[in-house]
Design a protein around this ligand. Structure first.
Ligand code: ZN
Length: 588
C-alpha cells in the first residue's frame, strides 16, 4: 500500500474529503466523527460532510474507527492497551482508529491537536487555530498510555467534556458513554466498615474487629483479617456488590481511615500479628486477606479487579506475600513534602518522609504490576494559599512512569466551587503529564496562561515561577499555614507587584480569571495581618464578597465558608480551628 507523504485536507475553505464512520458503530465512534467535523469547521470554516460506510465512496475519506472501508486493525495496536490509537495516511485516506471507541475518540482529539492546535484548557476555554487551508505532512502516530488509570481531582476536571478531551478516564468525572464512559469503581475509598459494619456485628461478634492492646474495638476499628468468618462475610458482600453493579469493574476491599496517624487501628490479635511479623509490615495481613478475596472472585468474575490501599500503617510493602494479578494496590504519599520532587527530597534528607516513601514505592513496584498512586496537589488546610508544585509534579509523575506504576490519581481541591491555588491550570497540566505524548510543564503553563489570561499571561507566569523558585530547597506540606517559611514580606511584595501588573491587563473575558489568582494572594496577606491591624475585619468582609462572587464554596477542606471567614477574623494565620471537617460528604 502506498503511503502518501503530503495531502491537502482543506484548500481555501474547500475540501475533497468526507468523514466516514461505520453505519453500525457505537455512539462514541459516531461522536468522535462529529467532533472531528465540528473542530475542523471551527478552524477553517469548511464543513466536511459525515457519512456512514453504507454510502458509496464519493471522495477521499477520513476514516474514523474500523468499518467496511477500513477493516484491518493496525498491527501496532495488537499488543497495546484498549485506549491506544493510530493516526495515519493510506492511499490518500486519513485513518484514525483506536483499540476501543474511547481510543478512537482520543485519536480524533490528538489529530485535532496536531493539525489545528486544538486545546481544551478548562470546561469553558478552548482553542482552535484558524487555517484557510490544512495540509498534512507525513502523519503517522501510534500512541498508548503508560498509566491505565488517570484521574484528576479538581472540580473542573470532573466535567466530562474536559476529562475526555484531555484523555482522563476518571471514576468521578461525568464522562458519558458517547465520550468513552467512566472507569467506574464501586466503593472508591475505604470500605472495611461497609463490608462488615461494627454497628451490625460488634455486639454479637467482637472477634470480627481489631484487637488493640488486648481489647476488641468497636470505634476506630478495622477488621480482624485472619478471622475465617470475616473472610466469608466479606466475600459474600463483595459478590453482592458485583451482582448489583454490573457497570463497575473495580471493587474496593480497603482499610478504613480514622486519623490513622495518631491511633492504632489494625488488628493485633495473635493470628494477625503473626502474619504481620512475618511480613515485617501490617500490609502483610491486608494483602493476605485481599488476595483470598481476589482469588475467590477471579474464579467467577475473571474481569473484575479488587482494590486496596497501601496507606499509613500498611504503606510498607509486605516481605513475603505478593498481591495477585487482579489486585490493585493504591499507594498514597500523604506523609511526603512537595517543595521538591520525591527523589530530590529523598537525596537531601536520607531519613526523611520522602526517602521512606521512595523506599516503599520501589518495594511495591517490585511485587505488583498493578500499583496505582494516590498523590496530592493542593494545600487542604488553606485551599487558596500558593502551593507551588508544578515542577515537583512533573518530576514525580516521571518517577511513577519509570517505576512500573499503572495508575495515578492527583487529589486537589474537589469542593463544588473549586478555587484552589491555580486549580484550573493544574487540571490541564496534570492531565497532559499523565499522557505519554506530553509537553514539559513550562510549555504547558505558557500555553495555558496565553490562552486563559490573555495579555496578563507573562505576569501570571512570573507569579507562578516566583513561588516555584521560592519553594525550591524548602519543605511544602499539605497542611501548611500562611506563616510557613515559604512566605516572607519580600516575596509577598514581589508577588503583589506582579498581580497588580496582571490586573492592569484584564479584559472582559479574563477579568474574573485574573481576579481569582489575585484572591489567593489576598488571602495570604490578610491572614498574616496581626489581629489588631486597622480595618482587618472589614478587609476580610470585602474578601468574603469576592470569594462569593467567584462562587468558591470552601476555603478549608470540607469546612463551611462562613465558619472559615470567622476563623480568618479570630485567628491569625487561621491556626485555631475547632470545626475542622464540619462539612462531611463522600466523593462518589
Ligand atoms: Zn486479628
Amino acid at each position: 500500500m502506498e503511503k502518501t507523504k503530503e495531502i491537502i485536507l482543506i484548500n481555501n475553505f474547500k475540501t475533497d474529503y468526507h468523514i466516514c464512520s461505520g453505519k453500525d458503530s457505537d455512539s462514541c465512534t459516531r461522536f468522535a466523527a462529529k467532533q472531528l467535523q465540528k473542530y475542523l469547521y471551527e478552524s477553517s470554516d469548511c464543513c466536511i460532510p459525515v457519512f456512514s460506510d453504507k454510502c458509496p465512496r464519493r471522495s477521499k475519506e477520513i476514516l474514523v474507527g474500523l468499518n467496511v472501508r477500513n477493516t484491518k486493525k493496525d498491527a501496532r495496536l495488537n499488543s497495546a492497551s484498549s485506549e491506544a490509537y493510530v493516526i495515519k495516511i493510506e492511499d490518500g485516506d486519513i485513518i484514525i482508529h483506536g483499540n476501543s471507541p474511547r481510543g478512537t475518540l482520543y485519536g480524533v482529539y490528538r489529530f485535532l491537536e496536531e493539525v489545528v492546535g486544538f486545546r481544551c484548557f478548562t470546561s469553558d476555554c478552548e482553542k482552535v487555530d484558524k487555517h484557510n487551508s490544512i495540509i498534512l505532512k507525513d502523519i503517522d502516530i501510534f500512541q498508548d498510555f503508560t498509566f491505565e488509570y488517570r484521574e484528576v481531582y479538581f472540580t473542573d476536571a470532573f466535567n466530562g467534556d474536559f476529562a475526555s478531551k484531555n484523555m482522563l478516564n476518571s471514576n468521578l468525572a461525568d464522562i458519558s458513554a458517547d465520550k468513552g464512559g467512566k472507569t467506574k469503581w464501586f466503593n472508591f475509598h475505604h470500605s472495611f466498615s461497609d463490608l462488615i459494619s461494627p454497628d451490625d456485628y460488634f455486639d454479637s461478634h467482637p472477634e470480627y474487629f481489631s484487637e488493640i492492646d488486648g481489647v476488641r474495638r468497636k470505634e476506630h476499628t478495622e477488621l480482624c483479617l485472619s478471622n475465617a468468618d470475616v473472610f466469608k462475610l466479606a466475600l459474600k458482600k463483595v459478590e453482592t456488590w458485583i451482582k448489583e453493579n454490573p457497570d463497575c469493574k473495580i471493587f474496593s476491599v480497603a482499610q478504613d481511615e480514622w486519623m490513622g496517624h495518631f491511633i492504632k487501628m489494625a488488628c493485633e490479635c495473635d493470628k494477625c500479628k503473626k502474619i504481620d511479623e512475618e511480613n515485617e509490615s501490617q500490609s502483610g495481613s491486608v494483602i493476605t486477606f485481599v488476595n483470598k478475596i481476589a482469588k475467590a472472585i477471579s474464579e467467577k468474575y475473571p474481569d473484575i479487579l479488587i482494590h486496596t490501599f497501601a496507606y499509613q500503617y500498611s504503606r510498607k510493602p509486605p516481605k513475603n506475600v505478593k498481591p495477585l494479578d487482579n489486585v490493585i494496590v493504591r499507594l498514597t504519599n500523604i506523609e511526603c513534602s512537595w517543595g521538591n520532587s520525591i527523589e530530590e527530597t529523598a537525596k537531601r534528607d536520607k531519613e526523611g518522609n520522602c526517602a521512606k516513601f521512595l523506599n516503599d514505592l520501589i518495594g511495591w513496584s517490585k511485587i505488583t504490576n498493578r500499583l496505582y498512586i494516590w498523590d496530592y496537589c493542593v494545600n487542604f488546610r488553606n485551599y487558596l494559599l500558593p502551593f507551588p508544585n508544578f515542577r515537583t509534579m512533573e518530576k514525580n509523575i516521571e518517577l511513577y512512569r519509570k517505576s512500573n506504576i499503572k495508575g495515578v490519581l492527583m487529589q486537589g481541591n474537589f469542593s463544588y466551587g473549586g478555587g484552589g491555588y491555580m486549580d484550573e491550570m493544574k487540571s490541564y497540566v496534570i492531565s497532559h503529564l499523565l499522557r505519554d505524548d506530553h509537553s514539559d510543564v513550562k510549555t504547558l503553563i505558557k500555553e495555558f496562561c496565553d490562552n486563559y489570561y490573555g495579555e496578563a499571561s507573562p505576569y501570571i507566569q512570573e507569579y507562578i515561577y516566583l513561588w516555584e523558585d521560592e519553594v525550591n530547597g524548602k519543605e511544602l506540606w499539605l497542611y501548611d499555614d500562611a506563616d510557613s517559611n515559604l512566605f516572607n514580606s519580600s516575596n509577598i511584595e514581589k508577588a503583589s507587584k506582579l498581580i497588580n501588573k496582571a490586573l492592569t491587563y484584564k479584559t472582559e473575558k479574563t477579568q474574573k480569571r485574573i481576579e481569582k489568582v489575585a484572591l489567593g494572594l489576598e488571602y495570604l496577606k490578610l491572614v498574616r495581618l496581626p489581629l489588631d491591624y486597622e480595618r482587618r475585619n472589614e478587609k476580610i468582609e470585602e474578601f468574603y464578597e469576592k470569594v462569593r462572587s467567584q462562587r468558591i464554596t470552601e476555603l478549608f477542606e470540607r469546612t463551611a465558608l462562613e465558619y472559615s471567614i470567622d476563623i480568618m477574623k479570630k485567628s491569625r494565620y487561621c491556626k485555631e480551628r475547632n470545626n475542622w471537617y464540619s462539612l462531611y460528604y463522600i466523593m462518589r
